[in-house]
Design a binder for this molecule. Sequence first.
Ligand code: MEV
Length: 304
Amino acid sequence: MTSQNNPTPKEAWGKLILLGEHAVVYGHTALAGAMDRGIRTTITSESFSGPSRLRVPAWNIDLHSEDCHPVAYAFRAILEKADALGGRAFTIRAKANIAPAAGLGSSAALCVAIARCFSHSLEETTRWANAGEACFHDSPSGVDVALSAQGGIGTYCKTTGFSALSCPSLPLVVALSGVDRSTADMVRGVASRLKANPGLTALLEDIATTTLTGKRALLDGNWEVLGACMNQCQRNLSDLGVSLNTLDTMVATAMNAGALGAKLTGAGGGGAIIALAPGRESEVATALRQQGFTSFITTLGHSE
Ligand code: MEV
């Protein structure tokens, strides 16, 4: 396989989980969508010597595939899966317009965009990107890679994969807490709390039920019910120990500014919140900005 087959920039989207994070790790269904921002990769050079190099200037990353760094491990895993090297070395430049470690699927988007430099099918992209993603998170559910590669809005379950939903794109407010965290640590934390207190599985089951109700509400365009589902999911995630005072404050700010629902998105412990505020997105984004949080309005369900 040669990079000449894929000389054009390759794109991958960031994702937002609307409902169902953490429960999806335990086989339940999540409801999620791709954002209209993500990562674009280009192979900028190819040679016959030296290790391959990955540059992500927006994240201050410039490393080689042999380096001891989680991103280098993921880079190497994808190159190996893709059998891309064949005695050659590549320099890949990634242009990122999503924040890293913020619950927006940045690592999955990077893995998908790298895999796309070499892959010839969605199946290859997904398989290779998942090999890279496993270097960041011990046992990812696969939801981030699926959304990043396929775009749109849909449900994701570990056993059945991604199912696209036919519904209009959804404007959402996103706000960043500025607190970095590791998804792997958050998932491990939930696992140890569940082991210590098996009764907490009821929270995962409630998240699963709420996700299915939210899916129906999304399809019906019933924003009040969808917002209520987001609030219920946030309560469960908080009881599961993955929210933070900062996230709770951000959620309260969004609700006070007129959102119908607001919750952390992704692994929690920092990262981002999302808010559903039909017709009041600007007011909610401004209220969050006034509290010092970076916020923006995005369209969930991006696929071009
Ligand atoms: C991370 O974006 C979502 C989690 O459910 C982990 C996973 O699904 O792998 C917390």
